[in-house]
Design a protein around this ligand. Structure first.
Ligand SMILES: Cc1ncc(COP(=O)(O)O)c(C=O)c1O
Length: 408
């Protein structure tokens, strides 16, 4: 059990009135709020240790370097990477997936296939569209069954031509969690490389990249109580060794001659330019904060919230919920529509009640085309949300329905 009241005290932003109502923040899939511990870690860094890393020999530069590399160590342990060589700091999931797709461009040729699913976020679609466009490879989609990934479709499409498979661990719209460990075994049987978009799973459950055996795993700091502008690309050392750097410049070189240059060893060969030191340190503080609560406890808490709110939402006549009805497959994301009310109007009406939800295509237009809906509203939960927040959401939906004369 989480001590949610104590947790909420760590997030001062939650304690405010919005439109004369206490704020109920249910837009966590877009970005989460930050605890004091993260803000303090960033402040501490700027107040005491700030200097450029790796280059300086003075005391502050050494402290900044030590803190930055300690952050990498913290994150490596958090996801159980084999070593810190396998943890690259990036700007976030989008950058991480772009880097892997660049690597794919070095490998793919005409006739090869890349397999993704129709539930992917644009950041796990467009980099692959580009890689396929440049190499002549084909982008193939796995579709859905009962609101979840169709495993039979996946199996039938896993053929020798497939060189990369890139899938969301948890969908930011359907809320379903894909069985990545099982899928990775299938992917490796055809000799393909398994890439995972962990943007919506890493904040909410224990991630063990070695147990999952994935080849690449991407996530963002800002969706897991950390700062914006920092994320991670985990890659197996054997692939990162082969992979060319995506950006070139200072910090990533070993030696530069007039016409050529050599790279530093892993992980630094990928980190060109002055890195986001404060971001990495803030992310490590977020990891410490989450681990102190316990990733298993966080997952259980969110499952309890979903189990509590889902039937209440189902009971609202005219409310359509997207994704699998099997709650065991779901994380704390629920996308819905209320009758034919535009989701933007719905989100605005909920905001009048102090309830912050997202509305739109959630950067998953192919999924919405597949579901044949232009947009949805989406509530998403985190460690500081309570059953009372769920009740407020349901209540606000009822009020919205009444306001529009229950005409759905
Ligand atoms: C499933 C999924 N993948 C990727 C991203 C992109 O993350 P970022 O914008 O932090 O790069 C998001 C963000 O919403 C997401 O939900």
């Amino acid at each position: 059990m989480l001590d949610v009241e104590a947790i909420r005290k760590d997030f001062p932003i939650l304690d405010q009135i919005v439109n004369d109502e206490p704020l109920i923040y249910l837009d966590n899939a877009a970005t989460t709020q930050k605890p004091l511990a993260v803000m303090e870690a960033i402040n501490h860094y700027y107040e005491h240790d700030n200097a450029n890393v790796h280059r300086g020999v003075h005391t502050l530069a050494e402290r900044a370097t030590a803190s930055y590399e300690a952050a990498r160590e913290t994150i490596a342990k958090f996801i159980n990477a084999g070593s810190t060589k396998e943890v690259l700091f990036t700007r976030g999931t989008t950058t991480s997936l772009n880097w892997v797709a660049r690597y794919a461009e070095e490998i793919l040729t005409e006739g090869d296939q890349v397999l993704i699913s129709v539930m992917e976020h644009h950041s796990n679609i467009i980099p692959w569209q580009e890689a396929c466009r440049k190499t002549g490879a084909e982008l193939v989609y796995v579709y859905l069954k009962d609101g979840a990934l169709d495993m039979d479709d996946l199996r039938s499409k896993l053929i020798d031509k497939v060189k990369f498979v890139s899938l969301a661990h948890a969908s930011n719209v359907l809320g379903v969690v894909n069985p990545i460990k099982e899928i990775t075994q299938l992917v490796h049987q055809v000799g393909a490389i398994m890439v995972v978009d962990g943007a919506q799973s890493t904040p909410h459950m224990k991630i063990d990249v070695q147990d999952l055996d994935v080849d690449f795993f991407a996530f963002s700091g800002h969706k897991m109580a950390g700062p914006t502008g920092i994320g991670v690309l985990y890659g197996k050392e054997k692939y990162l060794e082969q992979m060319s750097p995506v950006e070139f410049g200072g910090e990533m070189i070993d030696f530069v001659y007039e016409q050529t240059a050599s790279w530093k060893e892993l992980p630094w060969k990928f980190e060109a330019g002055t890195p986001n030191m404060a971001g990495a340190i803030g992310l490590a503080a977020a990891v410490d904060y989450l681990e102190n609560i316990g990733m298993d406890a966080i997952e259980t808490h969110e499952q309890e919230l979903i189990a509590y709110v889902y039937p209440k939402l189902q009971a609202i006549e005219g409310l359509t919920i997207y994704g699998s009805q099997d709650l065991a497959q779901r994380s704390g994301v629920i996308a819905f529509n209320l009758g034919d009310l535009h989701p933007h109007d719905l989100a605005t009406a909920l905001d009048y009640e102090g309830v912050a939800v997202r509305a739109g295509h959630h950067c998953a237009q192919p999924l919405l085309q597949y579901l044949d809906v232009p947009a949805t509203a989406r509530a998403s939960f985190y460690i500081y949300n309570t059953k009372a927040d769920c009740d407020k959401l349901v209540d606000a939906l009822q009020k919205t329905k009444e306001f529009f004369n229950g005409t759905f």
